[in-house]
Design a protein around this ligand. Structure first.
Ligand SMILES: [Zn+2]
Length: 263
């Protein structure tokens, strides 16, 4: 089906780039937390549809997806990601490059709704689990295994703030380095050393509980700050804060281990 009349020409170079998605690469621009980009998107892409037999773009360049057909009945799949074909109900193979946020039907935000994430995970696993496909073809069994594994990975990654934040930075093309050298970072390392020392010296459950409470508060603060940084598109700040979160998550584990020693 051709909808060439739906295609409106935009003078934006950026828009033009977005009209040529690479079928095999993950949507690169996933910065929908940038307010500026959202406006830009609405101005340039609002209602823009460019559709041929295989290419379909709607709403934004970063949700651009190549429309796929069902491997079995060949009908066009309506949703992204499509786990099942609406027509013949067959399970579909995982779609390359679909973000975990899309798989789990979550907003692309650091402070995501974890109860909703959990519900979605259970729903998906109920339908995708390989146990349901024992009587199906080998191909369908394989698809159910890979879909189920992908959903588990997406769920685990998005569940914890640390792995979620790291994944968001990865989508932005940023990675955390192990070594640090800035002044802010060395102050942070000093702060960390003090917490570690206090934990080592703690003699009673009360003392350890105090550190546990402080750590919890610190992690809550960091969560807020990371969310704000990501909303503002301040990726370097988000990255630095996530590094701190990584260390505090480590302290949280040590605290748990030390508390269990008292039991
Ligand atoms: Zn089908």
């Amino acid at each position: 089906m051709l909808h060439t009349n739906c295609f409106r020409v935009s003078s934006s170079i950026r828009a033009a780039r977005c009209l040529m998605p690479n079928r095999h690469t993950a949507p690169k621009a996933v910065t929908c937390f940038h307010k500026k980009d959202t406006e830009h998107r609405e101005t340039n892409f609002g209602g823009l549809i460019y559709s041929t037999n295989t290419v379909f773009l709607s709403r934004s360049c970063f949700t651009s997806q190549v429309k796929l057909n069902c491997w079995k009945c060949k009908k066009l799949l309506d949703r992204t990601p499509s786990f099942f074909c609406d027509s013949c109900k067959s399970i579909q193979p995982p779609e390359e490059g679909t973000s975990y946020f899309k798989i789990m039907d979550c907003d692309y935000t650091f402070t995501l709704d974890t109860p909703k994430l959990h519900t979605r995970y259970l729903q998906l696993q109920r339908t995708l689990h390989p146990d349901n496909f024992g009587q199906k073809s080998v191909k369908e069994q394989e698809y159910s295994e890979s879909q189920s594994a992908l959903v588990s990975k997406a769920y685990k990654t998005l569940l914890k703030p640390l792995s979620r934040g790291l994944y968001m930075l990865k989508l932005e093309g940023m990675h955390l380095k192990e070594s640090t050298d800035s002044v802010a970072e060395s102050q942070f390392l000093l702060e960390l050393m003090e917490v570690n020392e206090a934990l080592d010296e703690a003699q009673t459950p009360e003392e350890v509980n105090k550190i546990a409470q402080d750590t919890k508060g610190k992690l809550a603060d960091l969560t807020e700050q990371i969310d704000a940084a990501l909303h503002e598109g301040e990726l370097d700040t988000a990255k630095e804060l996530l590094t701190q979160m990584k260390y505090y998550a480590n302290i949280e584990e040590k605290v748990k281990a030390k508390l269990s020693d008292f039991m």
